[in-house]
Design a protein around this ligand. Structure first.
Ligand SMILES: C[S@@+](CC[C@H](N)C(=O)[O-])C[C@H]1O[C@@H](n2cnc3c(N)ncnc32)[C@H](O)[C@@H]1O
Length: 284
């Protein structure tokens, strides 16, 4: 890890530092829901070398957000591990991977793990994290199907889009789903979505992102989806064979362990909650 690199990012690419910062804070706890030593050492090394002013930019890590983001990663990890049980030599494609360290949490010693991210984000990742022979990468906009080239669907393909699709416009999300279904028959795509905000028109959400720290707002999130809207995803491509909800694992503490799982079962809230969805594509 070359921690002396100064990290200069803004807009959506900078959000990869916010999610990493929160995950690392959660992973530092002895009772963490997501052990992630790579994330912890990455944040410490970058902060100590002055590479990025995490605390100045994002304030103190927020325990609830930190656990929520770690649970989201744990949820994706579960899907990856299930996939690797079925396809030990398969390819995991992580779109908008940022500084996710899921490879080190899930590696089975055989997986091919392709990182796809914007050039400026990928340059930061390359400067901070090691990349072995099974970890190729492509500097490419995920909305450009060029990243699909050279991936062998016969060995099994799982595409991850964690913390990415909310920053796209709705037609771009449908197009990305269609590209995955077209290129990876028999494969899958897992992604998270933020719900629509009641009383907040979609065009407002598309202009202004949520505040997450004093002085820092996430970028606008034009694509939102309530849980009940999932069936509509089938219209993106005829090759979509299954649409599955992936539930967060139980969390820790009163809120994430007890209250959130129960409250989210209430009909009015179960529709308006962040979701993780797995799409499976039919084999040809
Ligand atoms: C919120 S971060 C998520 C990072 C990581 N997946 C995680 O969950 O920690 C968003 C990531 O999406 C990447 N990104 C934004 N727009 C993109 C695009 N059009 N194509 C590919 N990656 C993109 C950013 O560079 C950044 O790495």
């Amino acid at each position: 890890m070359a921690a002396s690199t100064a990290v200069v990012l803004d807009g959506v690419p900078e959000t990869m530092l916010w999610t990493l910062y929160q995950r690392a804070a959660e992973a530092r706890r002895p009772d963490t829901v997501l052990p992630d030593p790579e994330a912890v050492s990455l944040v410490e090394a970058v902060a100590e070398s002055g590479g990025y002013p995490f605390a100045e930019r994002f304030g103190h890590p927020h325990p609830l957000a930190a656990q929520a983001l770690a649970l989201r990663s744990a949820c994706f990890d579960t899907v990856v591990r299930e996939f690797l049980d079925a396809y030990p030599d398969g390819t995991v494609v992580s779109l908008g991977e940022g500084l996710e360290t899921a490879f080190w949490r899930c590696d089975n010693g055989r997986v091919r793990w392709l990182t796809v991210d914007l050039p400026e984000s990928l340059a930061v990742r390359h400067s901070l994290l090691p990349h072995g022979s099974r970890q190729p990468s492509v500097a490419c906009d995920a909305r450009d199907p060029a990243w699909t080239k050279g991936i062998d669907p016969a060995r099994g393909v799982l595409v991850l889009a964690q913390g990415l699709l909310m920053y796209f416009r709705p037609p771009e999300v449908r197009e990305l789903i269609a590209v995955c279904a077209e290129h990876f028959p028999g494969g899958g795509l897992v992604f998270d979505a933020v719900p629509r905000t009641p009383g907040r028109p979609a065009d407002v959400a598309a202009r202004r992102g949520p505040p997450v720290a004093r002085g820092y707002r996430l970028p606008p999130m034009p694509w939102r989806m309530n849980a009940a809207e999932r069936p509509k995803l089938a219209g993106a491509h005829p090759g979509i064979a299954e649409i599955r909800s992936v539930e967060l694992p139980p969390g820790r503490g009163l809120l994430w362990g007890l209250v959130v799982p129960r409250v989210l079962r209430l009909p009015v809230l179960s529709n308006r909650r962040p979701t993780v969805t797995l799409l499976r594509f039919a084999s040809r």
